[in-house]
Write a new protein. Structure first.
Lengths: 137, 464
């Protein structure tokens, strides 16, 4: 199964992420976001482990906060996601264990302004979940 | 395609249908309209027309294209008592706007020193993040005072403020209405350009259409101008996100998030939005100041003056004539520019008798225009006008269909230097990805939303 793909959108970027379940689709959404931010892989030595907790009343809200958290960490700590090692979803909370790398100033110029709230589409089937969302550039 | 009612070759109406409080009004010609032949934008215009308290029309300017919630190029005005405000109506890049600096540096003398000038400039301006973070205390001052704070710190001249919309500072702005999360995201981005469609462009005055007004603007042929296009960076993005979430939860909105202007949350949003707008004014002042310093180094005998600084994404409380009465209303402009005619107290004294400066930028490598606002714009569109060329190709299509080498060759042939870190960004922002600016300008003029004063040809474009 492919992890994600970019869909047609006039001014911004629309992403469709795939997974066996919601957690896997969330994970692949994050990697799609990283692909948009990072023009080419950067090998920085310093790796930082972060534990991130996201709460939400709906899966749309969880997705929005989840993706926005990566933008927040990039802007406020200058850390970019390398890999999500573990992701747990229980009721209304996601806990993820991820590795980030410290980025020097001017190595990244994040083009993403926001995760657009009213464009989120989540479809859950038996063995497949798809998540669609728009990034405002 | 929905059936539009033709008012003229340059003005169209979307008739009222169920749920719409007002009709839609599109300022466009047939060619530009056909570029938006899918119904996304039309649906967006219709959806805005259903918002409570909307007055007259749900407008679309000639550069309109698909956004989210509101289309880009949307203008909508609301009654203060009964009407609503929408963070999606303003957009995530609050006070993304444009600032124009005019000089008496001749094109020839500029090009002689171009290489060293650009080298020095790139050392001084910040495109991405700063190495050092700004304190929350200082960020709060910037949120409250906008460009005025920059002047207090010595980054510019006091008279610069006269040539900014709102004098570079919207007053009802309480930093307490901005989350710490937004300030955390902003702390490394104070005074930076950002990426996407943000840019700095050095150009020359290539043609003058109105010599009298050009004189007032200190414009002369073949002299250098600078355009700075940026906004409120991650601070504005987070303010918008925070309030989209809060308002959605409270109001249980389905499509567009909105709330009453006069509600507690409505007032908090407007205050936070104004803070983000002030942050953007401050950023453009800092960037302009850095450019001025480099001008002073290489052209010490030459002068530079701020022509104007204008917002593209904002909600403003303004007085307009509704029927026979003048009323205070809220005007939301998303990817649209204010375009006030002569005699409005909001515009700077120097331009009081001629009208507000309007700046409409072309895409990378194409012309931009300086215009003046008109009384007709005030009557037809609540004093609003287009802000740019408007996208024609999606980013996806631009990357698929266009060729970087060909674009760069075209730029070379036109003697335009593009400085951009990313081939992908060059493709996404190529002239072919945007509508023809001359068409947009023609529609503006045919509707008398603004009047052409000068055309600017790019020489150097710096993209984030």
């Amino acid at each position: 199964m492919k992890k994600y793909e970019f869909l047609e959108h006039k001014a911004d970027i629309r992403i469709k992420a795939y997974g066996k379940n919601f957690e896997e689709a969330l994970l692949n959404s994050a990697y799609a976001l990283k692909k948009v931010i990072l023009k080419k892989e950067i090998n920085e030595k310093e790796e930082i482990k972060e534990i991130i907790k996201i709460k939400g009343n709906s899966k749309e809200e969880i997705l929005h906060k989840f993706l926005e958290e990566f933008l927040f960490i990039l802007d406020s700590k200058k850390e970019l996601l390398i890999k999500i090692e573990k992701i747990n979803l229980e009721k209304k909370e996601i806990v993820l264990y991820a590795k980030f790398q410290k980025i020097k100033e001017n190595r990244i110029n994040n083009p993403i302004k926001a995760i657009v709230y009213n464009d989120i589409l989540i479809k859950e089937l038996k063995d497949k979940t798809t998540i669609e969302f728009t990034l405002d550039l | 395609m929905v059936k539009l009612k033709k008012i003229s070759n340059y003005e169209w109406e979307i008739p009222k249908e169920e749920g719409m409080i007002v009709p839609g009004k599109i300022f466009s010609d047939k060619k530009l309209l056909n570029k938006e032949k899918d119904d996304f934008c039309i649906d967006q215009i219709k959806r805005v027309a259903k918002l409570p308290g909307i007055i007259n029309y749900s407008f679309a300017m000639p550069d309109f294209h698909q956004g989210y919630g509101f289309s880009i190029g949307a203008v909508a005005a609301f009654d203060i008592k009964n009407g609503v405000v929408s963070p999606e109506g303003v957009g995530y890049d609050i006070n993304c706007g444009i600032r124009a600096l005019v000089t008496n540096i001749d094109e020839e003398e500029f090009l002689e020193k171009k290489e060293q000038f650009v080298k020095k400039l790139m050392e001084n301006i910040r495109i991405g993040n700063n190495p050092i973070e700004e304190s929350f205390q200082e960020i709060d001052k910037i949120l409250k005072l906008g460009a005025k704070r920059a002047i207090e710190k010595g980054f510019g001249k006091k008279e610069d403020l006269e040539f900014c919309e709102e004098n570079g500072r919207i007053k009802i702005a309480n930093p307490k209405d901005v989350s710490n999360r937004a300030k955390e995201r902003a702390k490394f981005q104070v005074g930076t350009l950002g990426s996407g469609n943000h840019f700095i462009e050095f150009g020359k005055v290539e043609k003058i259409f109105d010599w009298d007004v050009a004189k007032k603007f200190n414009l002369s042929k073949n002299k250098i101008c600078v355009l700075i296009h940026t906004g409120s960076r991650a601070l504005g993005h987070q303010v918008a996100s925070d309030y989209v979430e809060k308002i959605r939860k409270q109001e249980k909105n389905q499509e567009i998030s909105y709330c009453k202007i006069n509600s507690k949350i409505g007032k908090e949003y407007l205050s936070a939005m104004n803070c983000a707008a002030n942050f953007a004014f401050y950023n453009r002042q800092i960037i302009m100041n850095e450019i001025r310093k480099v001008f002073e180094k290489f052209f010490p005998k030459r002068k530079s003056n701020l022509l104007y600084d204008v917002c593209h994404n904002i909600a403003k409380i303004e007085k307009h004539k509704i029927g026979k009465k003048v009323k205070k209303i809220l005007v939301i402009r998303k990817g649209a520019t204010r375009s006030f005619g002569p005699g409005r107290k909001e515009i700077t004294k120097k331009y009081f008798e001629i009208g507000q400066t309007v700046i409409v930028t072309g895409s990378m490598g194409t012309y931009s225009y300086f215009l003046i606002g008109t009384k007709e714009a005030e009557e037809k569109s609540f004093g609003s006008c287009a802000h740019g060329a408007g996208r024609e190709l999606s980013r996806f299509d631009a990357i698929k269909k266009l060729n970087v080498e060909k674009i760069m060759k075209d730029m070379n042939n036109k003697n335009i230097q593009i400085l951009c870190q990313s081939k992908k960004a060059i493709l996404e922002e190529a002239p072919e990805a945007y509508k023809e600016i001359s068409q947009v300008i023609k529609v503006i003029e045919k509707n008398k939303l603004a009047k052409k004063i000068a055309r600017i040809k790019p020489l150097i474009v710096i993209k984030g």
